[in-house]
Design a protein around this ligand. Structure first.
Ligand code: GDP
Ligand code: IMO
Ligand code: MG
Length: 422
């Protein structure tokens, strides 16, 4: 048996949480493999809305096992908040959530370092989520990190050594901070975390594959935020691409099965960094209003623009996407016409290849298609799709070279349509 991977193809917030929840009944295990509480994955069902940050989005479907893999960075304080919210809404999870001993811990001082780094960059700041993601992955790579498994063995000394080192850096940066209160919450979080089973998740997952169990890997962020292939330096600090599931879970490349690539029918981005198809006009505002494009966690307004097929083709190539999933087309249900960027003009030359640097000199070249002008939010089957919408799907499939297997027409679990004829 192979693992399937579901991941974002744009700049995050494509709707990964919703679709993982919808697909979970087909699997036995759902795993997160990278990122941390910088993610905000929204699920809606039975008129309830939940936002998950570190816990996989398979947690609401029966007794499925959910795993936080070694590639994830975990903040115990935020984890505790998430656990308590789920418990309070009647979703006990201690038996169903397993945590890799090798996942790295986000320390309170990592959060402070994130803030200090951003402050030091001034106008060039990344616009991070402020959750300590970059500094935690930096410590991992520089071999200074603390892992979940360390909590069980002489932790206090390791914690002190790490925070002393961080405090020296913060002092050198002249960054003023108050550690006491966040440290208290953090250690309360550690006690909460210890109620869960810490496992060698690479063994667990490979055993499940041998037993022919279905495993779904849930990506966080999106391909254009990948540390290697995203719009560097305006990226996150992990490999958000399909290969991240191999390193973030201990799954061999030959054991990757279907790769589900999710994209919005338009495009959004939060934080700084280039965004060639960004709209600064009333259409951009309409996308933001219709799509409620405000961060799930931070509430920051998301930047909005037309779909970028150059970036999407690149993301499909890097990830080996086998099936596409299109989200939020309902946001454009009342549009007269829709634009799609099919190529870039870079320094006077037209290209369909994603260039090294999209920070400057990139002009999108658009094709315009008629809108479908139909409320699709209550549709249940592809047979109900208006002709213009089918034409939009065919156009995208032709441009992208991969079938669109699922279309989402609203935030609720039930507003999801599979295309069986394709
Ligand atoms: P994720 O980080 O990829 O899981 O996505 P987010 O949860 O951050 O953002 C997606 C937002 O769009 C959430 O508020 C979802 O409830 C919402 N959403 C998901 N699918 C659809 C859809 O098809 N239509 C509409 N209108 N909203 C959707
Ligand atoms: P989900 O999983 C959208 C963005 C931040 C910032 C950059 C680096 O919900 O799609 P970081 O805190 O990771 O160091 O920030 O990445 N970012 C996201 N944008 N969705 C996310 O997650 C994101 N996680 C990080 O806004 O630009
Ligand atoms: Mg999100």
């Amino acid at each position: 048996m192979k693992v399937d991977v579901l991941l974002g193809l744009q700049w995050g917030d494509e709707g990964k949480g919703k679709v993982v929840d919808v697909l979970t009944p087909r699997y036995d295990v759902v795993c997160r493999f990278q990122g941390g509480p910088n993610a905000g994955h929204t699920l809606e069902f039975n008129e309830q809305k939940y936002v998950l940050r570190s816990i996989p989005s398979g947690i609401f479907q029966g007794d499925k096992i959910n795993v936080i893999g070694n590639g994830v960075v975990l903040d115990p304080a935020l984890f505790k908040v998430e656990v308590e919210q789920l418990m309070a809404s009647g979703h006990p999870l201690t038996e169903r959530l397993l945590i890799s001993k090798k996942a790295h811990l986000i320390l309170p001082t990592h959060r402070l370092l994130d803030a200090a780094n951003e402050a030091s960059k001034g106008a060039g700041k990344i616009g991070t989520t402020g959750k300590g993601i970059g500094p935690t992955y930096t410590d991992k790579v520089s071999r200074n990190g603390l892992r979940v498994g360390d909590l069980l063995n002489n932790f206090d000394a390791k914690y002190k050594a790490a925070t002393d080192r961080h405090k020296t850096i913060l002092d050198q940066m002249n960054f003023k901070y108050n550690l006491a209160s966040i440290e208290k919450e953090w250690f309360e979080g550690v006690e909460c975390l210890k109620q869960f089973k810490f496992i060698d998740s690479e063994h667990f997952i490979n055993k499940k594959l041998k037993e022919k169990k279905g495993v779904l890997c849930e990506g966080a962020q999106g391909t254009m935020l990948d540390i290697d292939f995203g719009s560097y330096p305006f990226v996150t600090s992990s490999n958000t691409i399909c290969a991240g599931a191999c390193t973030g879970l201990g799954v061999a490349p030959r054991n990757i099965g279907n790769v589900y690539g999710i994209f919005k029918a338009y495009c959004t981005r939060v934080g700084s960094g280039p965004f060639p198809t960004e709209l600064f006009d009333e259409i951009g505002q309409l996308l933001r209003d219709n799509g409620h494009e405000y961060g799930s966690v931070t509430g920051r307004p998301r930047r909005c623009g037309w779909i970028d097929l150059v970036a999407l083709r690149y993301a499909i190539m890097i990830n080996g996407v086998s099936d596409l999933i299109m989200m939020k087309s309902d946001v454009m249900d009342n549009f007269d016409s829709i634009k799609a960027c099919v190529a870039y003009q870079v320094n006077g030359e037209e290209t369909e290849e994603f260039p090294f640097d999209i920070n400057e000199g990139v002009e999108p070249i658009y094709t315009e298609l008629p809108g479908w002008k139909t409320d699709m939010t209550k549709m249940q089957s592809e047979d109900e799709f208006p002709e213009e919408f089918n034409n939009y799907l065919s156009f995208l499939e032709e441009q992208l070279g991969v079938r669109i297997k699922i279309v989402s027409v609203g935030p609720d679990r039930a507003q999801t349509i599979e295309r069986y004829n394709h």
